[in-house]
Design a protein around this ligand. Structure first.
Ligand code: GLA
Length: 644
């Protein structure tokens, strides 16, 4: 494992100190009034990533100790090993590339001591053009890194590390703030980059008590992001700053040929709005090459299946395959980590030094059958079909009718025999289901009904299965998550999601704080095959394995594209509702017109079947319209919701 300057540096207090900073708060995305149908698909694609971006990033391999020889060596390795042919295209440089922002014109200057090809005619006239041109000539794409504030993460948290920006306070302000159009024009215009990752330490770490601010070396920025406290975070301001970058990128590349990677670590409720602002968005704190960090990152996307889809992706962070607990001595764990990213349709950004990576690690990263699951064109994220702290079964519906990928995950420390059955797969229990193991590359004996699979501790068995769908035609909505846009979630005040593994601080592993607590907002957002609070769907005592669980006053858009004839569901107030008195009406709209509405329904009333003809309809909207105010959240269920 490479030396981690930051893990050895003074990174310890930053997320903790941040939580002590007081500042004005803002509201979440609450909606007092019932939503109105939009009549159109309101999600605007930012950039160009119809399938999750694949490539390599320098951070997990080199931290700020990067240089051109290392990056080019990796680029050559990615081509030579055949990984480029498998889809890994982006070669992304992370923190550490910059020298300073030039005065007085603000043009960024590259640290040519580590990127010699960037040397220009005079010392400040540097350019990455030769570097990106070389990558492009190799058939690759190039990515760069910046921050949304004035300053970057390493300036705050690794002041002893190599390659920190130099000069006056103004010259060391290398982040985008105040220079968005100028920097984007330089990076994606003159310099020819195709991808930009935008970090957020500038918004969180440079307050008077933050890692950067208290050094007295940087301009103070009263934090807009307080990592562990969504109520102290200015959600709308953070979103607006990132939206400005998206706008500048669209101006620079009107054809949309770019990737905007938002990197504010799951703060500011980005799990709800990242899809509207970026191509991909981090859902959690940094991954580290430790098992429990991987669990934390995975859990931060595992319940967000309705937020990803073609062009917009949940990002549980860059891969640690090849490093630490996922290295050549831990191939079972490395396969598990890679399988989980693939089943969740996560971006696949390699984070190991490919110049020296051993063949078994290259074989994992290059497993074409697993990559194909990640890259499936339907863009569905996996949905939890069985969920406990020990075992999980995650099912991803693939483009071919009757084809699914399923990950069986043994999180426990003991060997386990896990049952996979037709109901998990939404397949007929009396028809054979074909099975292929994507790690052994073998077809297993077909099964009917159920089969047992033995798993070692921490193992993921990743299978591709083909069978007879339960529905004669069409899909349950939870099988088409890539066609869903949560336009309004009905959440009035953001709450932290308690289902995510509570890892130790990834840079300090210290117990000096009072512990690791739920931190990412998102609790209460709509879910596939679950209530918004991770309970089994149920109406008036009847449980449902499939459906969409949501809060009242939510609006969910479904991109039907005229491909379906009928929408059906059984609707009602969910038995887990917090409010047991208010009434809700379930409304289905097609291209903005009301197609069907349920009667007003209350807690305890039996489910009501609804059905709407949707021939030719492009956008279906599901609105749970709360009829009167309530003191607590109403939970509603669109049970067995399907389009056929
Ligand atoms: C943050 C990000 C990382 C990496 C570093 C660089 O911690 O989350 O992915 O970019 O900053 O300093």
């Amino acid at each position: 494992m490479p030396t981690d300057h930051r893990r050895n540096a003074q990174r310890l207090p930053w997320r903790m100190l941040a939580s002590a900073i007081l500042l004005a708060c803002c509201s979440g995305q609450g909606h007092a009034a019932p939503p109105k149908p939009s009549g159109h698909w309101s999600l605007v694609t930012v950039g160009n990533a119809p399938t999750p971006p694949m490539g390599w990033n320098s951070w997990n391999a080199f931290f700020t100790d990067l240089d051109e020889a290392k990056v080019m060596g990796v680029a050559e390795a990615i081509v030579k090993t055949g990984l480029a042919d498998r889809g890994y295209r982006y070669i992304n440089i992370d923190d550490g590339w910059w020298l300073k922002r030039r005065s007085p014109d603000g043009r960024m200057v590259i640290r040519t001591a580590i990127f010699p090809s960037a040397t220009g005619n005079n010392s400040d006239d540097t350019s990455f053009k030769p570097f990106t041109a070389k990558l492009h000539a190799m058939g690759l794409k190039a990515g760069i890194y910046s921050d949304i504030g004035y300053n970057s993460c390493s300036q705050a948290w690794a002041p002893q590390g190599p390659n920190l920006p130099e000069g006056t306070i103004a010259e060391r302000e290398v982040g985008l703030h105040g220079h968005v159009s100028q920097d984007i024009a330089l990076y994606l215009g003159d310099w020819g980059f195709d991808y930009i990752k935008v970090d957020a330490c500038g918004l969180s770490a440079f307050g008077p008590n933050g890692g950067g601010g208290k050094q007295g070396k940087y301009r103070i920025w009263q934090p807009l992001v307080v990592d562990q406290k969504v109520n102290l975070t200015n959600i709308s301001a953070v979103r607006a700053l990132y939206a400005e970058v998206g706008h500048a990128l669209s101006m620079q590349r009107p054809g949309g040929d770019f990737v905007l990677s938002l990197c504010n670590w799951g703060t500011a409720n980005v799990r709800s709005w990242g899809k509207d602002v970026g191509t991909m968005w981090r859902t959690s704190n940094d991954m580290a090459p430790r098992w429990t960090n991987m669990l934390h990152s995975f859990d931060s996307v595992a319940t967000r299946e309705l937020y990803a889809g073609p062009g917009h992706w949940n990002d549980p962070d860059m891969l640690e395959v090849g490093n630490g607990a996922f290295d050549n001595n831990h191939l079972l764990q490395a396969r598990a980590h890679f399988s989980l990213w693939a089943i969740e349709a996560a971006p696949l950004l390699i984070g190991t030094d490919l110049r020296t990576a051993p063949q078994p690690i290259l074989d994992i990263l290059g497993n074409a059958e697993v990559i194909a699951i990640d890259q499936d064109a339907a863009g569905n994220q996996g949905v939890l079909a069985h969920n406990s702290g020990d075992y999980q079964i995650i099912v991803k519906t693939l483009s071919g009718r009757g084809d699914k990928a399923v990950a069986l995950f043994n999180r426990s420390d003991e060997q386990a025999d896990i049952q996979l059955n037709a109901a998990h797969l939404k397949m007929a229990a009396d028809r054979p289901i074909r099975v292929r193991d994507l790690w052994t590359h073998q077809d297993l004996a077909p099964f009917t009904g159920a089969r047992m699979v033995r798993l070692q501790p921490h193992e993921v068995v990743l299978l591709k299965v083909s069978g007879t769908p339960l529905l004669a035609s069409g899909f349950f909505l939870s099988e088409m998550t890539g066609r869903i846009n949560v336009a309004e979630d009905g959440i009035v005040s953001p709450e932290a999601d308690p289902t995510i593994h509570r890892m130790a601080d990834p840079y300090a592993y210290s117990t000096s704080s009072t512990g690791s607590r739920p931190i990412y907002a998102g609790w209460g957002a709509p879910r596939a095959d679950s209530t918004p609070y991770d309970e089994t769907l149920g109406i008036a005592g009847t449980s449902y394995r499939t459906g969409i669980g949501a809060l009242a006053n939510s609006r969910i858009e479904v991109r039907a594209d005229g491909a379906f004839e009928r929408f059906t569901a059984e609707v009602g107030v969910d038995d887990s509702t917090r409010d047991k008195t208010a009434a809700v009406q379930f409304e289905v709209y097609g291209d903005g017109k009301l197609l069907v509405a349920s009667p007003s329904m209350r807690f305890g009333q039996a489910a009501v079947p609804i059905s709407a003809a949707v021939q030719g309809v492009k956008i279906i909207e599901l609105i749970a319209h709360q009829k009167n105010s309530s003191r607590e959240n109403m939970v509603v269920t669109w049970a067995n919701a399907a389009l056929n």
